[in-house]
Design a protein around this ligand. Structure first.
Ligand SMILES: C=C(O[C@@H]1C=C(C(=O)O)C=C[C@H]1O)C(=O)O
Length: 288
């Protein structure tokens, strides 16, 4: 009787392409993909054994989950794909649409709103930012590849010499509506001076990943980061964005859960989930 496969669940946004695109799954490991809230649920329900889940769900369930010690989706400063699109100044926000795809960015927005002393109505709604803004929302929270494309739709096109636009990001939607894009990771940096860790690779403490999978992930990450221009070119075509924008976007991520990323993660955990269980991370590379 062959052992049950070890099942992975990947949030396969472009931001994890440098890790997952060239990942060769070792024998006995299967993988499925989905958006963050789907993969969070899949891990917590036992449908998958490991997933790059929203860091806030790892924090909320730290009593039963551990995370790989050297994998993250983190940034120091702007992230360009976790965006609050708004047509009024932040202090005048009254009604904000939240994507149902995300757990992390919703929790981060709630922490930031609390810090800013703001309490707009938050409603789950799906759709492009421009559509929801035209439908009467003052603000729309979007994440992932669609948020990156919509951000560029507002701030682009870039001049030939420009790599990335300077903050704050403002411009006009295709409808002509004046839109400001507030980058939630940049606001976290202004607030704390620390990186923001959006995702960690988490698994149930009683069912850690086979070393062969972790090693294959490390090889794939080295390959992806080592050929970032190729990864960026491939995904720029898919996204319909300039290669240099996607290359900067990917170069900007921190994929190794370093001390600074953990500092930001712990600071967020204390703000967003008071009384959370201790965050635990698997054996360091080469240990145990
Ligand atoms: C940076 C991002 O982080 C993602 C956002 C997540 C969330 O909001 O729950 C989860 C996984 C991350 O890869 C993004 O969506 O662009």
């Amino acid at each position: 009787m062959s052992a049950r496969p070890y099942r992975a669940g990947w949030i396969h946004f472009t931001n994890v392409a440098p890790i997952l695109d060239s990942l060769a799954l070792p024998p006995g490991v299967t993988a499925l993909t989905g958006v963050p809230t789907q993969m969070n649920a899949a891990l917590l329900s036992g449908q998958v054994d490991i997933a790059n889940i929203s860091a806030v769900e790892f924090i909320r369930h730290a009593d039963v989950l551990s995370a790989l010690p050297d994998f993250s989706v983190a940034v120091l400063g702007p992230v360009y794909s976790v965006n609050l699109f708004h047509t009024v100044p932040l202090r005048k926000l009254r009604r904000v649409a939240l994507t149902a795809q995300s757990a992390m960015s919703v929790a981060l927005l709630e922490v930031l709103l609390r810090e800013w002393g703001l309490s707009p109505t938050l409603e789950r709604a799906e759709g492009e930012a421009e559509t929801l803004l035209a439908a009467g929302y003052d603000g729309v929270l979007r994440i992932g590849d669609s948020a990156l494309r919509e951000w560029y739709g507002v701030v682009g096109p870039l001049g030939d010499e420009q790599t990335m636009p300077t903050l704050p990001h403002a411009g006009r939607a295709a409808s002509g509506q004046s839109v400001t894009v507030t980058d939630l990771a940049e606001e976290w940096f202004r607030l704390t001076g620390h990186p923001f860790t959006f995702a960690v690779w988490a698994y149930r403490k009683d069912n850690p990943p086979p070393p062969a999978l972790v090693q294959a992930m490390r090889v794939a990450r080295r390959e992806g980061i080592g050929h970032l221009a190729d990864v960026a070119e491939r995904h720029a075509r898919k996204l319909g964005l300039p290669v240099r924008v996607v290359q900067h976007y990917l170069w900007n991520f921190r994929y190794h859960l370093e001390e600074a990323d953990r500092l930001g993660l712990h600071e967020f955990a204390d703000k967003a989930v008071p009384g959370h269980a201790e965050l635990t991370f698997g054996a360091r590379p080469g240990e145990g």
